[in-house]
Ligand binder design. Structure first.
Ligand SMILES: *Cc1c(COP(=O)(O)O)cnc(C)c1O
Length: 428
């Protein structure tokens, strides 16, 4: 399969080239030249096998084609349970990986592809990544001590939780953490600038691992496919989803999976107070905004990068796109109230991001939504203990993988929100 840019000004390339490049040369995002036809997918297969099945058409004809099953086995080696809550509600738990957030899955798959593409090359590959919290840790964990790869992570100082900051700085070796005096959008803009800097690229091969990367986006379809197929096997019903949304990478994967024939019903987007998407889906123009800080900080995004892909999928037809989704914003007061109430009434623990989806599902049910729904749980609550613990009045037990990271010493370098400063660090 060939991949083209959402902006239509770049030549078509194969999958390996699209993954290695991150961003297309015209500044657009890579998308498949055409979507594979919807297929019969096997129900009851293991997650790694469902992933290999679903992703096979995208890998067809590429240098990585024969490695796909092993990349899937390596990336999907932890459970992704769909846990019933009763009355047709479920939680799709994506946080059982090494850094306790869903981004582990895409990051590990990307590391599997890039490390194979890097084998035998004499120059190291530098991966620059902007993070509002969880991406950087997942990418750092996935690439830590991988030969031939260096990772430079930029995060907005003071805008990530203390445990997130610790996770970003605790790897060392081939991982460099930079704490930037700015917002996430500044970090993201600097990374985009580096990836578009031809002079820099001539001196050092650069790639990204942000949610624009196809190597992260595509594998994220797998857990939706596995959950929806398993659910369908038992009930013959489609699974509807509420996806906590920032850059739209996770939700975009659900949309693609549905387009490929996975039995997913409605997809509702839950944002925090950064309400660019809810405004758009309610009929306003698409208007990116500076991000505002919230308690669901991994979703503090004012310019959702995958929106370009969503528009591509709907042929730029805003009316058709608006008809296909609903999106709702949840403010910090409601996020906190949802976490406290779920714990008090049912002993359930949710991270602030997951809580946005829980609140949206509660509102949909209150307005009569029928059928089976899953809220997508994107992080373990122990990663956001500073928000969660005061609300529930007790400590959240830390999962063992996260605990091991928190015991390592951590260090991050300070940096100005200025592209020249980043360039200097990259070149040194
Ligand atoms: C990144 C992240 C999100 C948002 O995912 P997008 O793909 O950027 O929409 C939601 N929750 C958590 C915990 C995250 O780390």
């Amino acid at each position: 399969m060939q991949f083209v840019s959402t902006r239509g000004q770049s030549p078509a390339v194969g999958l390996s080239a699209a993954i290695a490049a991150g961003l297309a040369p015209d500044g657009g995002l890579y998308v498949p030249e055409m979507l594979p036809a919807a297929r019969e997918l096997r129900e009851g297969a293991a997650l790694a096998d469902t992933a290999a099945d679903l992703l096979a058409p995208f890998f067809a004809g590429d240098a990585l084609e024969s490695a796909l099953p092993s990349i899937c086995r390596e990336a999907f080696d932890f459970p992704v349970p769909l846990r019933p809550l009763g009355n047709g509600d479920h939680v799709l738990e994506l946080f059982h990986g090494p850094t306790a957030a869903f981004k582990d899955i895409g990051a590990r798959f990307l590391a599997g592809t890039l490390s194979r593409l890097q084998a035998g090359k004499d120059q190291d590959l530098t991966i620059v990544v902007a993070t509002s919290g969880d991406t950087g840790a997942a990418v750092a964990a996935a690439f830590h001590r991988q030969p031939g790869v260096r990772v430079v992570v930029l995060y907005p100082e003071g805008r990530v939780s203390p445990r997130q900051a610790h996770q970003l700085g605790c790897f060392g070796d081939n991982i460099l953490a930079l704490r930037v005096a700015g917002a996430f959008d500044d970090c993201q803009a600097m990374v985009k600038q580096a990836l578009a800097d031809r002079e820099l690229q001539a001196q050092m091969p650069l790639s990204s691992a942000n949610s624009i990367s196809l190597g992260r986006l595509l594998p994220q379809m797998s857990y939706y496919a596995h959950a929806a197929l398993t659910h369908h096997a038992h009930t013959r019903r489609r699974l509807n989803l509420v996806v906590p949304t920032g850059n739209l990478g996770n939700a975009m994967a659900a949309v693609l999976a549905r387009a490929l024939g996975v039995p997913i019903g409605q997809i509702a987007l839950a944002t925090n107070a950064n309400a660019v998407l809810p405004a758009y889906f309610n009929g306003s123009d698409y208007r990116p905004q500076p991000s505002v800080a919230t308690v669901a900080n991994a979703m503090d995004v004012g310019a959702p990068s995958n929106f370009e892909r969503l528009r591509w999928l709907y042929h730029g037809d805003d009316a058709e796109l608006r008809a296909a989704f609903r999106a709702f914003a949840v403010d910090d007061v409601s996020i906190r109230a949802t976490i406290a109430a779920a714990h008090a009434s049912r002993g359930e623990l949710f991270c602030p991001h997951t809580a946005t989806a829980v609140k949206v599902l509660q509102d949909l049910r209150a307005r009569g939504a029928k059928g089976d729904w899953a809220v997508v749980a994107t992080a373990h609550p122990a990663k956001f203990e500073a928000v969660v613990e005061p609300l529930i009045g007790e400590a959240v037990a830390v999962p063992p993988a996260l605990d091991a990271l928190l015991r390592r010493p951590a260090h991050a370098e300070p940096m100005a929100a200025d592209y020249a400063a980043l360039r200097e660090v990259l070149l040194r």
